[in-house]
Ligand binder design. Structure first.
Ligand SMILES: [Mg+2]
Length: 260
């Protein structure tokens, strides 16, 4: 049986991850390697300044004192009996749509898998949605990816709406608009503090966006590409001057010796 690596950012005990593991069990040896506690909105962070510890919770279930991307590194680079053929991250509690994918630990885990050369999928479920439905969608998409593979440097970001999905739409990332930026408050000692994410989020009505699809009750499947280069801008910037003025008193371009 091929080895599958499952992770998430809600933590190893999250019900979304358990539902995912059950749904994918028949597709291969599904190993769960996930953060020991919630890491939502941790983005693509890696733990490089303290040791990672792995605790075995079951035959194919492990908790890591790190981030989702740590888990994918450990799983793909040697902790599992074989290199996984697929990384699936989720099922996240709450959607990961549009610009929000840049904060998402769920999506970042799939990015990490992709960077390590393993086809990867991120699956998220809108608030109030049905986990069994999301797990069913995850299995369907995973089966397809196992058969067809994915283009280079490309992952799939899957979002399942609340209620019974009306179907699947292939989408592009939408754009979120935050009406309020920060909430300022004063603590009992008279010091000011701030909360991010206080305002109600709205989204721009872009044709074919993931947000539009989920809003209308469809599963959105957005292929995300990890080459972040803006190739059109690269062409536009072609006539920028690229010669640097010589430094006063020094030979231009000569590297300085390392300090410290
Ligand atoms: Mg989460």
């Amino acid at each position: 049986m091929p080895v599958l690596l499952l992770t998430n950012d809600d933590g190893v005990h999250a019900s979304g991850l358990l539902a995912l593991a059950e749904a994918l069990a028949e597709l291969g040896d599904a190993y769960v390697l996930a953060p020991e506690r919630e890491q939502s909105a941790c983005g693509h962070a890696l733990t490089l300044h303290r040791p990672l510890r792995v605790e075995r919770l079951g035959e194919r279930r492990f908790a890591v004192n790190g981030t989702p991307s740590d888990c994918v590194n450990l799983g793909v680079l040697g902790l599992l009996p074989e290199r996984p053929v697929l990384v699936v991250s989720g099922v996240n509690h709450g959607s990961n749509l549009g610009d929000d994918v840049t904060y998402s630990g769920t999506v970042s885990a799939a990015m990490e898998g992709t960077l390590l050369g393993v086809p990867s999928i991120a699956v998220s479920l809108a608030e109030g949605g049905d986990l069994a439905e999301a797990a069913r969608v995850a299995r369907r998409v995973a089966m397809r990816v196992l058969v067809e593979g994915l283009p280079r440097k490309t992952l799939l970001n899957v979002n399942v709406p609340a209620g019974t999905p009306r179907g699947i739409r292939l989408t592009r990332l939408g754009h979120r608009v935050y009406s309020e930026r920060i909430v300022e408050q004063t603590d009992p000692r008279g010091r000011t503090h701030y909360w991010l994410g206080g305002g109600e989020a709205q989204w721009e009505d872009l044709e074919g966006s993931d947000m539009g699809a989920v809003h209308e009750g469809y599963v959105s499947v957005t292929p995300l590409h990890l080459d972040l280069t803006n190739h059109r801008a690269l062409a536009q910037l072609a006539d920028w001057p690229t010669r640097l003025a010589p430094r006063p008193g020094g030979a231009p371009g000569r590297p300085r010796p390392p300090r410290g």
